[in-house]
Design a protein around this ligand. Structure first.
Ligand code: FMN
Ligand code: SF4
Ligand code: SF4
Length: 356
């Protein structure tokens, strides 16, 4: 069974922050084209309607792993897909590959692949393959961006893995990888859930623009989640809870002005929120519970809602305080990311992804 016999077309859906998933989608399209298939790339962004694919297509879904699972945006997109009419699909979650002093460390996709495979199955697709792909880690809020050489080694390894899987599937075979990863993901499911319902909101509020920001608003234009607003005069970026830490703004800012500082937001959180939190907790739980783990569902709900409101208020306070250039300069100097190299996928321009 040749590829052209089974499939009429390849449609690669990708969600990306820093271009890794676009790169993977492009490799898939290249393999399809070498076997004579037409291909189409579709970027998944907030607010866009889920697309259907023509009959006898191979649909590729590729996206970053966040918190050992798939980002909420891709889950929602796949869930809203029109009926797949038994079209074939493959799922390629990207993970954080790291290389230090010549030693390679793979990422951990957890439930990111098989969860989307399950949702695709519910939507009427036949999932022919699942495989985690190690691309250079883009989490530059957490660590130094990889050097060009390390990123290139990891990308080349990923390229041959992806191309060989595509050839296998286009030849009519199946390829399922990552069963061990799935078990690890199941063990880490509580962390993934906390990531989706809480951590990603906190991470959004760790970003701020330092004194290097010139108000160009590129970060706002490229955000795939429409999560950034320019506030004040001259405008400074303000991160809303819609941000899912895709890292595009931080890594593409031409001034390298976007920083992260857990110290600063913790300070503001304590100033703005903790006295009220302590009071609300005591009131809501009749003097018990001060620790998340000891809370009833009711106490958890109160603490959860309160934390989100408190962090949002603390962030308004932070944004207001940062209207002073001197404070922006001090905050920039106190942030660890000031010393970090940024990362973006080699050979991918903003015109290919966020500014298309
Ligand atoms: C907030 C955040 C959370 C992440 N969580 C994970 C994770 O749990 N496991 C993993 O292997 N990689 C994780 N990564 C790394 C990315 O999934 C990886 O670098 C991916 O290739 C980025 O793809 P993109 O450039 O298409 O956005 C995370 C990255 C970020 C920014
Ligand atoms: S943070 Fe960077 S991209 Fe955003 S407005 Fe400032 S300089 Fe421009
Ligand atoms: S605000 Fe920045 S990190 Fe958050 S979703 Fe938008 S581009 Fe990505």
């Amino acid at each position: 069974m040749g590829g052209t016999y089974i499939y009429r077309m390849l449609v690669a859906f990708f969600m990306t922050g820093t271009g890794n998933s676009y790169t993977v989608a492009r490799w898939c399209a290249q393999v399809a084209e070498t076997t004579g298939l037409r291909s189409q790339l579709i970027q998944i962004k907030a607010g866009e309607k889920s697309d259907s694919v023509p009959l006898r297509s191979l649909a590729v879904f590729t996206y970053p792993t966040h918190g050992f699972t798939a980002p909420w945006l891709i889950m929602k997109y796949v869930w809203c897909l029109p009926n797949g009419h038994k079209n074939h699909a493959i799922v390629l979650p990207n993970r954080a590959g790291i290389r230090i002093k010549g030693v390679f460390f793979p990422g951990l996709e957890g439930t990111a692949g098989y969860l989307i495979a399950l949702l695709l199955w519910f939507r009427g697709y036949r999932v022919q393959g699942v495989m985690g792909v190690d691309m250079p880690s883009n989490w530059t809020a957490l660590h130094w961006g990889l050097s060009g050489e390390n990123a290139a080694v990891i990308t080349n390894m990923a390229k041959s893995k992806v191309k060989s899987m595509l050839q296998t599937v286009l030849a009519g075979n199946r390829h399922y990888d990552g069963i061990v990863q799935l078990f690890l993901g199941a063990a880490l499911a509580k962390i993934s859930l906390m990531y989706i319902i809480m951590a990603q909101f906190i991470l959004a509020k760790l970003f701020f623009a330092s004194d290097k920001c010139n108000g160009c608003s590129l970060c706002q234009s490229i955000c795939p989640k429409k999560a950034l607003r320019m506030v004040g005069r001259p405008g400074r970026p303000y991160w809303t809870y819609s941000c899912d830490s895709c890292m595009a703004c931080m890594n593409y800012c031409p001034q390298k002005a976007i920083e992260v500082s857990p110290f600063i937001i913790t300070l503001f959180y304590y100033i703005a929120a903790v006295p009220v939190a302590a009071y609300a907790m005591r009131y809501a739980t009749n003097g018990y519970a001060s620790h998340w783990g000891t809370l009833s569902w009711f106490g958890f709900g109160i603490q959860y809602g309160y934390t989100l409101v408190a962090i949002a208020l603390a962030y308004v306070f932070l944004h207001f305080t940062l209207s002073s250039r001197l404070i922006r300069e001090i905050a920039g100097k106190l942030s660890h990311t000031r010393y970090f190299r940024r990362y973006k996928a080699e050979g991918v321009s903003l015109k290919d992804i966020h500014l298309k």
